[in-house]
Design a protein around this ligand. Structure first.
Ligand code: C5P
Length: 246
């Protein structure tokens, strides 16, 4: 078996979105996915339903957990929420860049003393917002330009990276350099249904554009054999990365 066919890597690029309403459903899916082959994303629905206990259970089972709660509040409150999330053992968490530089710095500084610090990234502009939504909020700005501006603030505040569309990843990578983490949702293998995602990219295109990690939900969670779907995606990614290195 060549390297490119190996499903397990030291740094699995796929983060499976556990968009489930109950802990039981999330645990049943997670049990089928080897921790060496993917991270897991817990968002607002699952966290609100199942709470910190589920996060700790998944961390204890060896999974890298991305806690996607998009904190957005006054700096002190966000900083304390980040420390509480770190206490659950999560690998990565996020805040809204639109909370401002002081909020992001407070979060980073609160995590800095921890022995094992989680990655801290920011959401720039929600992809559900178009130009007219921004105008309604008083922001006369193109969403993609605003996303780049907020990503620059994120990097300036010393955070580790941003969530962005794979379509924006190449511009973000060129502007913010190799060390800045880019986490891209909206990923669909070439043969998969787009569902409600409108601007999708394949796993190979996302990593070629410079994505650090790919958030993938339904193409894995709704597959008849989720572990097999994950393995196929990991093979596609490994082949694309091999192509980038040659
Ligand atoms: O099932 P699917 O692959 O579309 O799931 C994508 C995941 O990424 C969901 O958890 C969704 O909320 C999240 N997400 C997204 N687009 C963004 C930010 C997050 O699809 N811009």
């Amino acid at each position: 078996m060549s390297m490119s066919m190996s499903a397990s890597t030291a740094n699995p690029r796929v983060i499976v979105a556990l968009d489930f309403p109950t802990a039981d459903a999330a645990l049943a899916l997670a049990a089928t996915l080897p921790p060496a082959d993917c991270g897991l994303k817990i968002g607002k629905e699952l966290f609100t339903a199942a709470g910190p206990k589920l996060v700790e259970t998944l961390v204890q089972s060896g999974h890298r957990v991305f806690l996607d709660l998009k904190f957005h509040d006054i700096p002190n409150t966000v900083a304390r929420a980040c420390v509480a999330a770190a206490g659950l053992g999560v690998w990565m968490m996020n805040v809204h860049a639109s909370g401002g530089t002081r909020m992001m710095i407070a979060a980073r500084e609160a995590l800095a003393p921890l022995a094992s610090r989680p990655l801290l990234i920011a959401v720039t502009v929600l992809t559900s917002l178009d130009r007219s939504d921004l105008l309604e909020l008083g922001l006369d700005e193109d969403p993609e330009r605003l996303a780049l501006h907020l990503a620059a603030l994120t990097q300036g505040a010393g955070l580790d990276g941003v969530v962005c569309s794979a379509r924006e990843a190449a511009a973000m990578r060129a502007r913010f350099g190799a060390g800045f983490k880019l986490v891209t949702p909206g990923i669909r293998p070439a043969d998969a249904a787009a569902d409600d995602q409108s601007r999708v990219a394949t796993p190979a295109a996302a990593v070629r554009a410079g994505a650090s990690w790919l958030v993938i939900g339904r193409p894995i969670t709704a597959a008849p054999d989720p572990a097999r779907a994950l393995a196929q995606i990991n093979t596609e990614i490994a082949n694309a990365l091999e192509g980038c290195n040659t």
